[in-house]
Design a protein around this ligand. Structure first.
Ligand SMILES: [Zn+2]
Length: 252
């Protein structure tokens, strides 16, 4: 049975991502000719793709994309998620056939082409007073759903781009370094999670971003979670944001 096979292989997949990173430090520095990164507020979208002020975050974006392009392990898990969905959703299978231009299987080159050539636009937007936390990809029914883009928290990005100083936080340098590392891991996993949603949207149509499928992770409220499935299998755990609303609200 696929489910029990999956459960068995989960143990050996645990920490696979870290092993891969440790053992293959030479992630190829591929060109990302169509990468577009924006800051968005209520007034406009500003293109920061080549703005050196944002080098920290631009480097992180490229690192995650290079990693997913280079990682056999990540591809194996992404393919598993895609296969699981097309086994259960006829419309997704048809959409994949249209995207690939034939009835063949989804292969690693397809994922690489998407990430490297048809890279989703990355838009940083403020999370304060929004109903989403760290990131999202528009679903089919929403305006602009056909767009190949994903949204990430501007606040999380700015914390990474302009980290708080030791003086401000009144903590040791050691603790500050640990905090920065945690933030950077959190950000990378968030981006990877949203790239999973962008991948299913691109290959399986905007209506089938993350359906509720037996064997895939769910959000506990009846919705599927392809992003958490990838986190759980590829990294060995999944992240969840739990915070007090009043902690993140602007003062009135
Ligand atoms: Zn998700």
């Amino acid at each position: 049975m696929i489910t029990s096979d999956r459960k068995q292989s989960q143990t050996s997949h645990r920490f696979k991502a870290f092993e891969e990173l440790k053992n293959s430090p030479d992630v190829p520095l591929l060109p990302l000719p169509n990468l577009q990164v924006f800051l968005e507020d209520s007034a406009a979208r500003r293109n920061i793709t080549h703005d050196p002020t944002f080098n920290t975050i631009l480097t992180q974006i490229k690192l995650v994309l290079y990693h997913l392009i280079a990682s056999e392990g990540a591809f194996t898990d992404i393919r598993y998620i895609i296969e699981k969905i097309i086994q259960n959703v006829e419309a997704a299978k048809a959409a994949l056939g249209r995207r690939l231009g034939s009835n063949r299987e989804f292969v690693r080159q397809d994922l690489c082409n998407f990430l490297q050539r048809d890279t989703p636009a990355i838009i940083f937007k403020s999370t304060v007073l929004q109903s989403w936390n760290w990131g999202f990809v528009n679903k089919g029914e929403e305006v602009g759903a056909a767009e190949n883009e994903l949204f990430l928290s501007m606040d999380l990005m700015q914390a990474l781009q302009n980290p708080a100083t030791q003086d401000l936080l009144n903590i040791s340098q050691d603790l500050l370094d640990q905090q920065k590392l945690r933030l950077s891991v959190l950000w990378k996993i968030t981006f990877m999670h949203e790239l999973m949603h962008a991948t299913t949207k691109y290959f399986l149509s905007p209506e089938v971003i993350t359906p509720n499928i037996p064997g895939l992770e769910g959000d506990g409220e009846g919705h599927g979670e392809a992003g958490w499935s990838l986190e759980n299998w590829y990294l060995g755990y999944k992240l969840e944001a739990i915070w007090m609303k009043e902690d993140v609200e602007k003062p009135h």
